[in-house]
Design a protein around this ligand. Structure first.
Ligand SMILES: *Cc1c(COP(=O)(O)O)cnc(C)c1O
Length: 225
């Protein structure tokens, strides 16, 4: 079941789009199944769960992505091994990742989380805030991080036009940011968007990283964790 989903999704991804298998709340046995089918990038959204799984699966060559809301006081636990942090939602968090990474001689790829959805949330940069932050140049002094792109979630709705418009907003900002601030920096190349229900729309709007959980691993059982 898991292996079939992985193979099918790999065959459906266009050139230049990679699959992040979101394994949160699922056991390491499921991750091993996906890995055996060829999946290498896994996404988790809680620090303690990621730390445990990273340890239990040390025999595998997994690229771990942190995709959830990250608290500054927990950054230090994941910087030794995480390869991409998707949801940087404030300049303060980015600075802390940089500080912790420098302490251990790493430089960590990070995406700015863009708030484009209709829902109220305190997380993420609005498009204006993101542009202002890039304009400020503050991030150029943060040598423990490398800005590698933009991440977003679309409005949680059945209205496909709204979802498409959210992704399109992110795509437009990504292109503009790349043009204005990263002309000589090929590292700014990820547009992380799309989940189980909306990934085809995200891909058609230019996503380079889709984060898919339920479709691969089934429903998450929050109660048992
Ligand atoms: C859980 C999660 C996903 C995966 O969602 P599915 O609907 O299960 O595919 C993707 N992105 C983020 C940020 C998540 O927290």
């Amino acid at each position: 079941m898991i292996a079939e989903q992985i193979r099918e999704l790999h065959s459906l991804m266009p050139e230049g789009t990679e699959l992040v298998a979101v394994s949160k709340f699922h056991p390491t046995s499921s991750i091993r199944e996906a890995y055996a089918a060829g999946q290498r990038i896994f996404g988790e959204s809680r620090v303690q769960e990621l730390s445990q799984k990273h340890e239990e699966l040390a025999d595998l060559n997994i690229e771990w992505h942190f995709i959830g809301h990250l608290q500054t006081n927990k950054v230090k636990y994941i910087v030794p091994y995480v390869s991409l942090i998707h949801a940087i939602d404030s300049p303060h968090l980015l600075a802390e990742v940089s500080r912790q990474a420098l302490r251990i001689g790493r430089r960590i790829n990070c995406l700015l989380q863009l708030h484009v959805a209709a829902e109220e949330t305190k997380f993420g940069f609005t498009p204006d805030e993101a542009m202002d932050f890039l304009e400020s140049g503050e991030w150029r002094e943060m040598n423990g991080v490398r800005l590698a792109g933009i991440m977003c979630m679309a409005t949680n709705t059945d209205d496909e036009e709204r979802i498409r418009s959210d992704f399109h907003t992110a795509r437009t900002l990504f292109d503009e940011a790349r043009k204005r601030f990263f002309m000589d920096d090929e590292g700014f190349r990820h547009l992380s968007m799309g989940m189980s229900d909306d990934w085809p729309i995200a891909v058609s709007e230019g996503s380079t990283l889709v984060r898919i959980g339920t479709r691969i691993f089934g429903e998450r059982n929050y109660a048992s964790s």
